[in-house]
Design a protein around this ligand. Structure first.
Ligand code: ATP
Ligand code: MG
Length: 259
């Protein structure tokens, strides 16, 4: 079986600054992988490199056996991407349905009209995230959590084999968070691979198969039990805080670094 995603010796730079060093990892099964690391660790860059949006300085990236730099259109059809919310344009003058339908347009050739099946898939995806009644609403009227769910519906509408989500819970209300977790669990059980960047692993602890700790390099990649250490810090904070330790660096989960 072809690996779902594979990085081999990947370096990525912006200008002269190398932000990802020698990234090598491989996900064979459609697993649920949480990517964790401090601000500026290169998490968003890693997702964009997986999509072929950013060209590595060296190394190769393949998704389901396709080199992402060689077959970008194929990758965009197989991979659903939900960008980091701080970077959306909240005032986008579009209706909710237009955004979800974009997920279908990606599957068509440029200029090819959408078909009935595309509308059905978009409606189905919006229903999945519990927002079908907002189909005709302007996107800018929605709350942060609802906007995030619309972007998830856009990714789902494309019937992806791999989902990449960049901090899907940041700035999101608890109801939206619960719906997103439920949808991700369902996709995992359908055999869709999920790579999700999170600051707080707690909402996903039962679904995560592997954790990738990143700080410009991979500090650890493995099953949660191999990586997560309990700590006195939980007592100190008087709430559950998980501590991950790798390469001499401690990551405290449960404290949102964007707060
Ligand atoms: N387009 C860009 N041009 C120049 N530098 C960039 C660009 N995008 C990101 N960087 C820099 O690369 C580094 C990694 O950025 P990246 O956005 O991948 O980190 P991140 O782990 O997603 O951080 P955050 O937790 O804040 O989202 C940061 O130092 C950032 O300032
Ligand atoms: Mg980021």
């Amino acid at each position: 079986m072809k690996p779902l995603i594979e990085f081999v010796g990947v370096d990525v730079s912006y200008g002269t600054e190398i932000v990802l060093h020698d990234i090598t990892f491989r996900v064979d099964q459609p697993e649920f992988v949480a990517i964790v690391g401090p601000n500026g660790a290169g998490k968003t860059t890693l997702l964009k490199t997986s999509l072929g949006i950013i060209k590595p300085l060296k190394g190769t990236v393949t998704v389901l056996g396709e080199n992402v730099m060689e077959k970008p259109w194929k990758i965009r059809r197989m991979v659903g991407y939900v960008p980091q919310r701080e970077r959306f344009d909240y005032t986008m003058p579009a209706l909710v349905k237009d955004i979800v339908l974009m997920g279908r347009a990606l599957r068509r050739k440029v200029g090819e009209p959408l078909r009935k099946a595309d509308y059905r898939a978009a409606e189905w995806a919006l229903r999945k995230v519990g927002l079908m009644d907002l189909w005709n609403e302007p996107f800018s009227h929605l709350s942060g959590g609802q906007q995030q769910r619309v972007f998830i519906a856009r990714a789902l509408a494309a019937e992806p084999r791999l989902l990449l989500l960049d901090e899907p819970f940041s700035g999101v209300d608890i109801e939206s968070q619960e719906i997103i977790v439920k949808v991700l669990k369902e996709y995992k059980s359908k055999g869709v691979g999920v790579l999700v960047v999170v600051h707080d692993l707690n909402p996903l602890l039962e679904v995560v198969d592997k954790i990738l700790l990143l700080n410009r390099r991979i500090l650890a990649f493995g099953k949660p039990a191999e990586i997560v250490e309990s700590s006195l810090l939980s007592k100190t904070f008087q709430r559950p805080v998980k501590v991950l330790q790798a390469g001499g660096v401690y990551f405290i989960l449960g404290a949102d670094s964007h707060a």
